[in-house]
Write a protein that binds this ligand. Structure first.
Ligand code: ZN
Length: 298
């Protein structure tokens, strides 16, 4: 297997990457991966991750609920219930920060198309990019939305999008700086970029350490704190105009993390702990399990 080894911090360019945590791929192979941390800026990354053309197998786990519509098990049930509320909240956030009421929206990593369908119902002209053929077919059948494969990202004309969204996608993409650069090219000058990422400084991340489900090695390559992401955004000439918490993720991630630890009644324990993390987040939003960053061109 071809592994991608990183020597230089992609956020600050420093060459001192130090071992930080060893995490297991709990979802599929049980293989262990090291997470390294930059000695200068603190950004963390999964070391020696599989290349983009080989990582497909790591997404083929039956437990990868993002692309499934089954209703089995407490975690899946909760996921589907929450998705409805989360979709409404995502749409509201996008519309609040969009340069206009409707326009051209691109969702990168659009999955099965639920978010695009929500935006389409609000009169947005939507396009999706999704690497999974199965998910693209689903979006077409269920919502009549045409999604393109990954190569399409480089076919889109410059400055044509009013909004580009990436919901828990950037942490999966090998060419971090390349994608940020491309995002800058795609949006109009007054356009908005919306990026949701797990937060490695969240209450739940600090509590669960190597069991934290949002390290999700080797699928998650990059592990951001709010300051890491601000650093990267600035480097690409973006300002972060708002940071918003995603409250539900604390519950879902805590339940999965308890499962990773092998806790008895993991779902229940995770739900209770997730609730406690959520309550603490109310007065400290930047320690939310996941954060939504709203970017504008400088
Ligand atoms: Zn760094």
């Amino acid at each position: 297997m071809k592994a991608i080894h990183t020597d230089i911090c992609p956020v600050c360019g420093n060459s001192g990457l130090l071992p930080y945590l060893s995490c297991k791929d709990y979802l599929t192979t049980q293989e262990v991966f090291d997470i390294c941390r930059c000695s200068k800026c603190g950004f963390a990354l999964t070391q020696d991750f599989p290349s983009e053309d080989e990582i497909g197998k790591d997404y083929e786990a039956p437990a990868y609920v993002s692309h499934s519509d089954t209703h089995k098990g407490i975690i899946n049930t909760l996921y589907h219930l929450v998705r409805k509320i989360a979709l409404r909240s995502k749409a509201k956030t996008v519309i609040q920060y969009a340069p206009k009421k409707t326009g051209m929206l691109l969702d990168i990593g659009s999955g099965t198309g639920y978010f695009l369908n929500k935006m389409k119902s609000k009169k947005w002209i939507v396009t999706g990019i999704e690497k999974s053929e199965q998910a693209r077919k689903y979006a077409k059948q269920k919502f009549d939305i045409n999604c393109q494969d990954s190569k399409y990202l480089y076919d889109i004309s410059c400055r044509t999008k009013d909004v580009v969204t990436m919901w828990h996608v950037l942490e999966h993409l090998q060419y971090l700086n390349g994608v940020m650069e491309r995002l800058y090219g795609l949006v109009k000058d007054d356009g908005t970029i919306v990026i949701a990422l797990p937060n490695k400084e969240s209450f739940d991340a600090v509590h669960y350490k190597e069991y934290w489900a949002a390290y999700d090695v080797p699928r998650h390559l990059w592990h951001f704190s709010p300051s890491d992401f601000e650093h990267l955004a600035n480097r690409h000439h973006f300002s972060i105009v708002a940071v918003k918490p995603m409250y539900f993720d604390a519950f879902y991630i805590s339940m999965l993390s308890e499962k990773n630890k092998g806790t008895f009644l993991a779902g229940f324990v995770g739900l209770v702990k997730g609730g406690l993390f959520f309550l603490r987040t109310l007065s400290n939003k930047k320690r939310s399990s996941s954060l939504i960053y709203i970017l504008k061109k400088k």
